[in-house]
Design a protein around this ligand. Structure first.
Ligand SMILES: Nc1ncnc2c1ncn2[C@@H]1O[C@H](COP(=O)(O)OP(=O)(O)O)[C@@H](O)[C@H]1O
Ligand SMILES: [Mg+2]
Length: 275
């Protein structure tokens, strides 16, 4: 097998589509987690993916990360139809995913975590090269990490998120997917991570960010894609009001009763919407 870098198509110019989903559906037995999803992410653009619990956000992330194969529909990545058999194929294609649990090793230092799992990859670096590459990467991202020899256990939540994002950039992806990158963070750390996301975007990557926080979404996203009960339920630019976003997330008639019944209907896998 040739190296992953060789197989990768040339970088898309900024603004060009990196990822296009057409009619993506995912069923788990009788449960339709995703139905007929369309989504486009361009180079140099942050797309926020929002939706209530059970809307299908994590399932969509897993489809893109190569964890789940879609039941139907088409994924076009960097101009070519993409069929990811497993997460390493997605990664080598240029789709890097930072899952919510970050999957960092507490007892290992930043360098070891950045290169975790790279032993079998094209990046065969020795310890000194790894440390140098770690510094370069974190400097490029203007990341505030005291030392690359600090164990993860000694880092703040924001610094951990930074390490996880930096790690996802090691194989030069075209698209990075972040699941709730600020969910566990305080105000200052959230601002740092949002800055980092902007720097990743400014490098020309497409960014798909799952978030519950409307403030974060409005601060950093170029477009906001809403999922509801596994379907597309609106697309907004960054000038959309939080109120409009919440309406799309919960359904147009926004009150707690309709929200409750929508949730109950979803729990019972009743996919027959009457909206
Ligand atoms: N592995 C699975 N098996 C069965 N049902 C699943 C599985 N993963 C997700 N689902 C269902 O798919 C729907 C969407 O879930 P999910 O993608 O986790 O939503 P979100 O991340 O937006 O909260 C839910 O009804 C959920 O129960
Ligand atoms: Mg989820």
């Amino acid at each position: 097998m040739s190296s992953a870098t060789d197989e990768r198509p040339a970088a898309a110019p900024s603004g060009h589509p990196v990822l296009s989903l057409r009619g993506i559906s995912k069923r788990f037995g009788a449960v339709s987690a995703l139905t007929d999803i369309d989504l486009d992410v361009n180079a140099g653009e942050v797309i926020a993916l929002v939706g209530d619990n059970g809307a299908g956000k994590s399932t969509l992330v897993k489809v893109l990360a190569g964890v789940h194969a879609p039941t139907t529909g088409e994924i076009v990545f960097a101009g070519k139809p993409a069929h990811m058999a497993d997460p390493s194929e997605a990664l080598h294609l240029g789709i890097a995913t930072v899952f919510q649990d970050l999957a960092l090793c507490e007892n290992l230092d930043v360098v070891a975590n950045l290169f975790l799992g790279q032993e079998r990859s094209p990046l065969r670096l020795d310890e000194v090269q790894m440390e140098t590459r770690s510094w370069e990467l974190l400097n490029e991202l203007s990341a505030r990490i005291p030392s690359v020899r600090t164990p993860i256990a000694a880092l703040s939540g924001g610094q951990r998120q930074t390490v996880a994002i930096a790690r996802s950039l090691l194989l030069d992806p075209k698209l990075i997917i972040l699941d709730e990158p600020t969910a566990a963070l305080g105000v200052a750390q959230t601002a740092e991570v949002l800055d980092l996301i902007e720097r990743v975007r400014d490098r020309g990557l497409g960014v798909l960010m799952v978030s519950h926080n409307m403030e974060d979404v409005r601060a950093v996203a170029d477009r906001v894609v809403v999922l509801r009960l596994g379907r597309n339920n609106g697309e907004f630019d960054s000038s959309a009001s939080s109120e409009d976003l919440v309406k799309a997330i919960t359904g147009a008639s926004d009150n707690s009763v309709s929200r409750r019944s929508a949730r109950r209907a979803h729990q019972h896998n009743d996919q027959q919407e009457s909206s």
